[in-house]
Structures are given as structure tokens and as C-alpha cells.
Design a protein around this ligand. Structure first.
Ligand code: COA
Length: 88
């Protein structure tokens, strides 16, 4: 299962919309048997958002040769941050 970019209209930001969107995605993924969400953001400003929602940084993936090509692309740009969350 793959999610590609979460986006909240500027006028609605910081009202909990992003948190609800991500919670709905996690619930759907969990219902399909997914136990781990791994993501990458090219925008370090979003780290606080993901950490607030229970994601932890996973810097080990920056040098992972098995990583998806898109991950490697951002990793080479040096501003990629990888995060993960275990679903229970
Ligand atoms: C990232 C994004 C989806 C967050 O959506 P949102 O609806 O504003 O998020 P929420 O209101 O649910 O925020 C939840 C928590 O995340 C943190 N957070 C969210 N935006 C933040 C910011 N710009 N700076 C610091 N912390 C932030 C806060 O702790 C916030 O809780 P609080 O408001 O009680 O302090 C939104 O900013 C966005 O659409 N950005 C542009 C697209 C983008 O960068 N998407 C992510 C791609 S990886």
C-alpha cells in the first residue's frame, strides 16, 4: 500500500486536519494487514508534524542500497528525512 504526499490547504492548516488524514490512512493500512509505515519527507519542516503523530526518525535508510529509487534520489539530495511508525 502506498501513499503519495499528504496535503492540507493552507487556510486549514494547524487545525488537526493533517493528523486526522494520517490517522485515516493508518487505520486503512492497518485494516489491510500493514504493520509498519515507512515514509520519507523532502521537507525537514514536516519532521515535527510526523514526530508529533508518533513517527520516529530512521536515518539508517539514508545509505540503504535496497531503498526505492525515489528514496535514493532524495537521499542523494541530502535533505531527505526517513521516518517510521509501527502500527498496533
Ligand atoms: C504537513 C501538513 C500536511 C500538516 O497538516 P496540518 O493539518 O497543518 O497538521 P495538523 O494541524 O494536524 O498538525 C498536527 C501537529 O503537527 C505539528 N505541525 C504541523 N505543522 C507544523 C509546522 N509547520 N511546524 C511545526 N509543527 C507542525 C504540530 O505539532 C501540530 O500540532 P499542534 O498544532 O497542536 O501544535 C501541511 O502542513 C501541508 O499540507 N503541508 C504542505 C504539503 C507537505 O509538505 N506535505 C507533507 C509531504 S511529506
Amino acid at each position: 500500500m502506498e501513499g503519495w504526499e499528504s496535503f492540507v490547504r493552507e487556510s486549514h492548516r494547524r487545525t488537526g486536519t493533517g493528523a486526522r488524514l494520517l490517522a485515516a490512512f493508518e487505520l486503512s493500512a492497518s485494516g489491510k494487514g500493514c504493520t509498519l509505515i515507512s515514509l520519507m519527507t523532502g521537507n525537514p519542516a514536516n519532521i515535527r508534524y510526523y514526530e508529533k503523530l508518533g513517527y520516529a526518525r530512521d536515518d539508517s535508510r539514508l545509505g540503504d542500497p535496497e531503498a526505492e529509487p525515489v528514496y535514493r534520489y532524495y537521499a542523494e539530495k541530502k535533505h531527505a528525512v526517513f521516518l517510521f511508525k509501527t502500527l498496533t
